[in-house]
Every structure is written in structure tokens, then in C-alpha cells.
Design a protein around this ligand. Sequence first.
Ligand SMILES: CC(C)(COP(=O)(O)OP(=O)(O)OC[C@H]1O[C@@H](n2cnc3c(N)ncnc32)[C@H](O)[C@@H]1OP(=O)(O)O)[C@@H](O)C(=O)NCCC(=O)NCCS
Length: 166
Amino acid sequence: MESFSVRELRTTDTEALLVFETRNREWFESHIDARDPAFYSLQGVADHIAGYLSDLAIGAWHPFVIVDCRQAIVGRANLKNIDLASGSAEVGYRIDQRACGQGLATLALRHLIEQAQVRWGLTQLVAFAYKENLGSRKVLDRCGFQLEQPSCNKSTGNERRFVLPL
Ligand SMILES: CC(C)(COP(=O)(O)OP(=O)(O)OC[C@H]1O[C@@H](n2cnc3c(N)ncnc32)[C@H](O)[C@@H]1OP(=O)(O)O)[C@@H](O)C(=O)NCCC(=O)NCCS
């Protein structure tokens, strides 16, 4: 079986990340919000990485990539909006369509949970997934996230909020 690993995003990932995001653009846009079209260029991706790494430096974001045994990028996972005061962050992940169904999102989410605890000392993780995104909901469920019931006076559209106390 092929082996995969999760590592931090690097400035040298620009070309590989552009290939990954471009190849999967339509796939991702069918499940999650579309990116600004300006993202899909070497300069766009370089700016995106620089932004994420400066957010890492200030402790607001922790970006990772999932790589295969040839070090090709097959997925991404992020701890987003890290708030050390409230002990909370949001998780996000996306996997190459050709690599889905092999447990990579589960691997990535478990890595985020471990980093949230060990590196950041957080006490809660939050995830948002569209109601019909059954693959993502399965991953969240497997990792212990609970669906939060929307309050009756608050409309959340098709998006659902999931919470994992740590
Ligand atoms: C959702 C996503 C991250 C899942 O990645 P993955 O690597 O395939 O996830 P895993 O293999 O860890 O687990 C997925 C599980 O959901 C199941 N699944 C996938 N699609 C499904 C569907 N339409 N209905 C029911 N189950 C489904 C898989 O069979 C698997 O379960 P199993 O291991 O018991 O067979 C991937 O499809 C993706 O990147 N989608 C586009 C971006 C996205 O939706 N990101 C999440 C935003 S909340």
C-alpha cells in the first residue's frame, strides 16, 4: 500500500500546489466555496502561501499538505482562525479527487487534532460542511466531531457546524 505523510506547507510548494489546485478546481468547487480566479497563477499561489506562512508566524493559522511517497501533493489541511484566548480553531481539508477513498482526509484531520492539542493547547475544534457533503461528514464523525443543532432563529443555509471538544 502506498504511504502518505502530512507536513507543513513551504514556500517551495508553489508550483506543486498550483498543479494540485488547478487539477482539482472543478472537484473542489462542487463541494466548497470557489477561490478567487486570481489564485490560479504562480503569483497567486505564491501570495497565498506567503499569507498562510505569515499567519503561522503570528499563531493564527497552521497550514499542512499531504504528500505521497514521491512527495507529490495529494491533499491539504489547515487549522484556521486559531484563537488562543478562547482555545478554539477551525479545521479545513481537501483531497485530490484521484486519491479519495483511501483515508487521507481522516489521516489529515487526525493530524490537525493532534497539532491542536500538542502544539497549540486548544480545547475545541470547529468544522463547517455542507449538508450534502457526505464524505466530509463521515470523516468528521469518525474523528469524533458532533453536529451542532442549528438554533431555530438562526439560518445557516445548507452549511452545518460540527464541534469537537479536546
Ligand atoms: C470530503 C473529502 C475531504 C474526503 O476525503 P477522503 O480522503 O476521500 O476521505 P476518507 O477516505 O478519509 O473518508 C471518506 C469516507 O466517506 C465515504 N464517502 C465518500 N463519499 C461519500 C458519499 N457520497 N456518501 C457516503 N459516503 C461517502 C468514503 O467511502 C469514506 O468512508 P470509508 O472509509 O468508510 O469507506 C474529499 O472528498 C474532498 O476533498 N472533497 C472536496 C473538498 C471538501 O469537500 N472538503 C471538505 C470541506 S468540509
